[in-house]
Design a protein around this ligand. Structure first.
Ligand code: SAH
Length: 250
């Protein structure tokens, strides 16, 4: 058996068939596992069987069916390994974006002061963090999550970018024309094999990213990605980026 990975990174499969000791995925899921992920017996995964989640081991792989042994039931953890680096922008719209991000399963939100964050918002962001945490707590309850996301204290963007991260880091850039978010996520999924890749998504303020910020992202290994040719509001880009990422990770 492969070394035990942390539950957070193991890919999760919703079983089509199961009993108390085994489970199976069939059809397109099995084909994806076998062909795209080149899944092998011995790999570990989380398997969801009717509301429960199990740490499981692959015992047989074909393009028609993948069978698992259910090893141990684990805590259902609906958060996705997604961290949202969110530039501070107009508070009412930003608070709405935080609530939607929680519903969409984000694990952490790191508010950052970007160069074009309006000055008065930057000055009061620290005090607003408690309100953002309350909004996140209520949204986590309303969306029936069994956990609530971490809302970090607001810091300057440069400080956040210096923080060590082991995730695939994608900066949503309205000027980007070649790499789409989907392409970058496809690459991350292929590279992560049967595990679920951790993803960080950065969203700029109403004024967009400043040129020196784009250079800073690049210098810190972030990939600029596009959500298409239209210019979205920060809150729209937040929902779109999280929805695309969640759909591709789940
Ligand atoms: N003031 C800028 C728009 C900033 S929109 C302008 O008018 O050009 C705020 C943030 O939303 C951007 O910094 C980016 O992170 C994100 N965003 C908006 N549209 C996007 C797109 N088409 N692709 C990727 N990110 C986008």
């Amino acid at each position: 058996m492969q070394p035990a990975e942390s539950a957070m990174t193991r890919r999760r499969w919703i079983a089509e068939r199961w009993d108390e000791a085994t489970a199976a995925i069939t059809g397109a899921q099995a084909e994806h596992f076998a062909r795209v992920l080149r899944g092998q017996p011995g790999m570990e995964a989380d398997v969801v069987t009717g509301g429960k989640v199990f740490h499981a081991e692959v015992v047989a792989v074909s393009t028609a069916e993948v069978r698992f042994n259910l090893l141990a039931e684990i805590e259902a953890d609906p958060a996705l390994p997604i961290t949202l680096v969110l530039s501070v922008f107009k508070f009412d719209r930003m608070e709405w974006a935080i609530e939607k991000a929680v519903e969409l399963g984000v694990a952490e939100i790191a508010p950052v002061i970007a160069r074009r964050t309006e000055k008065h918002l930057a000055l009061t962001a620290e005090k607003r963090a408690e309100r953002w945490r309350r909004i996140a707590h209520e949204a986590a309850q309303q969306s029936r999550r069994s956990d609530e996301p971490v809302i970090h204290a607001p810091v300057p963007l440069s400080e956040r970018l210096r923080a060590e991260a082991h995730a695939t880091r994608l900066v949503l850039a309205e000027q980007e024309r070649t790499t789409t978010l989907r392409t970058a996520l496809d690459a991350a999924l292929t590279a992560s094999g049967a595990d679920m890749p951790a993803i960080e998504l950065a969203i700029g303020p109403e004024g967009g990213w400043a040129p020196d910020e784009e250079a800073l992202f690049d210098a810190n290994g972030w990939t600029a990605v596009s959500l298409g040719p239209r210019i979205l509001r920060a809150e729209t880009a937040t929902i779109a980026a999280l929805s695309v990422t969640a759909a591709m990770l789940e």
